[in-house]
Design a protein around this ligand. Structure first.
Ligand code: TRP
Length: 444
């Protein structure tokens, strides 16, 4: 049944697809609002630490599990550890995928709404940006409509197949988005008064230390890298035998972090520069709130010549970046149903679509439900999944299989020290750090 699986066609396609999954609203919407919430630079430091010490090793581990088994995220554990309970890790991942989509699709809907506002020119007539955003999130039906539209758009790509859908769209939009972010970052930096925002981003302030900061940063790292639920297992299962797993994990993580930091450099300097009262802005920032991106950016566009063009381009690309992420999430859950329950791909997609829409309606109508889905996935389910994945590859899997995957049966030359560091991070650092942060975050 799994013998005739397709694989991604080209090397650039592999990186683009995995980066397309990782780069999304997590970087451009969630990262700034979490950073604001946690007081800035200190959060970013811990976040980068999480990426280096267990994010990258975990992404490699998911690739190993995926390509080592060529199966969906639950089937992978079946194949590599037959007759054991490890399959529950895969199943937990499938559930996590549902939970993430249950709120993520709503934010995707916001991007569509803003894209529409932008294209019709209405966004550029707005004078009260906060009120404009609040009128959207105060209107459950409007949110539901966009959310359903976005979910159906993703399912269209899932049905149309792996290569055409995911690979092509990622390859084209990622570089354009990247370029646009650089332009916007430059614009933001040249606003008068922007330096306060840069300081907020890059000068750690110990008074901002909160007990939950570590858990917040870890959750954001997992969420942004798309790890801990089997997404990279599923994508790894499409890699070809020459894909260099280490290099891919490094490239994807680097790109992902770069986009998040760029988003920060766009949002914070302009947020600080565009209000004349720094006290108000600090309060608003620290209160965080999901609106940061949707409130600050339209104001930034309206400071630029051709605001209609920049605004429309940005929200179109943002929706596309979100789409490549939802495709990856949906793929995990759909492939699981397709392969484990032997339902046709179309039927599986339909089932998933209905489930996600139901959860999305919950999140549109209740911000408590929305926050619960966000919190449960990023701060509980993903770290838990990551913990088990590190234990699985570090302790359970045959070391020869791990090394054969990392070195492509010996054809990729990696230093012994590198492999030792990788295994050490996976066996000891990742599980202990995840556990420690988890417990500290819950107690604190
Ligand atoms: N990483 C994506 C983002 O930053 C979201 C995402 C896609 C994700 N697939 C995932 C998050 C798997 C966690 C797990 O927007």
């Amino acid at each position: 049944m799994t013998e005739k699986r397709v694989t991604f066609a080209s090397k650039i396609g592999i990186v683009a697809a995995a980066a397309g999954s990782a780069v999304g609203l997590g970087n451009i919407w969630r990262f700034p609002s979490q950073t604001a919430d946690s007081g800035g630079a200190l959060f970013i430091l811990v976040y980068i630490g999480c990426i280096l010490f267990f994010g990258i090793p975990l992404m490699m581990s998911e690739f190993i599990i995926g390509r080592g088994s060529r199966a969906n995220s639950a089937g992978a554990f079946h194949k590599l550890a037959p007759g054991t309970q490890w399959k529950w890790v895969g199943r937990l991942g499938v559930l996590t995928g549902f939970v993430i989509m249950g709120f993520y699709m709503v934010v995707c809907g916001w991007t569509l709404d803003y894209m529409f506002q932008s294209l019709t020119g209405n966004l550029h007539k707005v004078t009260d940006y906060t009120a404009n955003f609040n009128s959207l999130i105060g209107n459950p039906l409007r949110q539901t409509g966009w959310m359903i539209l976005f979910t159906m758009l993703s399912s269209f790509f899932i049905i149309s197949g792996v290569k055409k859908g995911i690979e092509q769209s990622s390859k084209i939009m990622m570089p354009i988005l990247f370029l646009l972010l650089i332009i916007l970052a430059l614009r933001s930096l040249f606003l008068e008064g922007s330096s306060a925002g840069l300081l907020f981003l890059f000068r750690p302030d110990p008074t901002h230390l909160k007990p939950t900061l570590f858990l917040d940063a870890m959750g954001q790292a997992f969420f942004s890298l798309s790890i801990g639920m089997g997404c990279m297992i599923t994508y790894g299962s499409y890699f070809n035998k020459n894909t260099n797993l280490t290099q891919t994990a490094l490239q994807v993580s680097f790109l992902d972090s770069l986009v998040a930091i760029l988003a920060g450099i766009i949002i914070f300097p302009s947020a600080f520069a565009l209000t004349n009262n720094p006290d108000v802005i600090t309060q608003e920032l620290v209160a965080g709130g999901p609106g940061l991106l949707f409130i600050t950016l339209p104001e930034l566009f309206n400071q630029m010549p051709l605001s209609f063009f920049w605004g429309s381009l940005f929200f179109c690309l943002l929706a596309l970046a979100a789409l490549t992420s939802t495709i990856s999430l949906m793929e995990v859950v759909t492939l699981y149903i397709h392969e484990e329950y032997h339902l046709p791909r179309k039927k599986s997609t339909l089932l998933v679509t209905v489930g996600v829409i139901l959860l999305g309606i919950g999140s549109s109508f209740s911000s408590d439900f929305f926050n619960l889905m966000d919190l449960a996935s990023a701060k509980v389910m993903l770290p838990l999944g990551g913990l088990f994945i590190s234990l699985f590859v570090g302790w359970y899997l045959d070391r020869r299989l791990v090394i054969a995957q990392v070195t492509n049966e010996g054809s990729v030359k990696l230093g012994v020290t590198f492999l030792k560091v990788y295994i050490f991070l996976l066996r000891y650092i990742a599980p202990l750090a995840i556990l420690a942060i988890f417990i500290y975050g819950l107690v604190g």
